[in-house]
Write a protein that binds this ligand. Structure first.
Ligand code: PGA
Length: 250
């Protein structure tokens, strides 16, 4: 049984003061919703504020990126061990990082390994561009991203991960893949690839989220798809009715 998991990706929004105020506003309501895991992924500098604001609740804390080295001369980077005192989760390979900051499949794979070594749960992002989608390349491309992400990672470790399938053309655009489309791609390109790399049993254990313009109004139909176990939510995680989104997910 895969527990639904809704993660907010705050991207480069909210100051520390806004973080504290937002969490204070929704914390108790979110904490009362049963049968779903919830987390927010904040910019690095706001992670301690977020962790303090959710202390004593079931709300999890995540980062949006990290580097794979333990320490060293890597100006501007954050090591896995620096996240550990505050975070349970770390988003890795988000399409914005791949597109704007040169992240590669190989780097994402190294980051996943480093996160797992530190007991962090990676939220591994995959997803195709509009051009790839229109060219009918979605399944091959996404399946390839999944294989590359999990190269050299044992099944016992893979089951610790969460995967987020986010079609790039649906992120922040208001365009959502239809629930059926999203469910089908997650089934055929993500879960089937995991079954091929590992086993059907392993694939059935791993939680797979959909991401891209998820809102309170469309979460229920997405969650009704058998292969969709939750959502990675950008814009809608910055608004108080995120509580409704989480409620509608269960
Ligand atoms: P969105 O972002 O919900 O604003 O489309 C999703 C994401 O990029 O994780």
């Amino acid at each position: 049984m895969r527990t639904p998991f809704i993660a907010g990706n705050w991207k480069m929004y909210f100051t520390a003061a806004e973080t504290a105020a937002f969490v204070a506003q929704i914390r108790d309501q979110l904490n009362q919703i049963e049968g779903v895991d919830v987390a927010f992924c904040a910019p690095f500098i706001n992670i301690p504020t977020l962790a303090e604001a959710v202390a004593g609740t079931k709300i999890g804390v995540g980062a949006q990126n990290m580097y794979f080295e333990e320490s060293g001369a890597y100006t501007g980077e954050i090591a896995p061990g620096m996240l550990v005192p505050f975070c349970q989760y770390v988003i890795l390979g988000h399409s914005e990082r791949r597109a704007y900051f040169g992240e590669t499949d190989e780097g994402v794979n190294r980051k996943i390994k480093a996160a797992l070594q530190h007991g962090l749960t990676p939220i591994v992002c995959v997803g195709e561009s509009l051009e790839q989608n229109e060219a009918g390349e979605t399944v091959d491309f996404v399946s390839g991203q999944v294989r590359a992400a999990f190269a050299g990672i044992a099944a016992e470790q893979a089951v610790q991960c969460v995967i987020a399938y986010e079609p790039i053309w649906a992120i922040g655009t208001g365009k959502t893949a239809s629930a059926e489309q999203a469910g089908e791609i997650i089934g055929t390109a993500v879960r089937a690839t995991l079954a091929d790399v590992y086993s059907q049993e392993t694939a059935e254990t791993i939680r797979i989220q959909y991401g891209g313009s998820v809102k309170p109004a469309n979460i229920a139909e997405l969650m009704a798809q058998p292969d969709i176990d939750g959502a990675l939510v950008g814009g809608a995680s910055l608004k108080p009715d995120f509580v409704d989104l989480v409620r509608n997910a269960v």
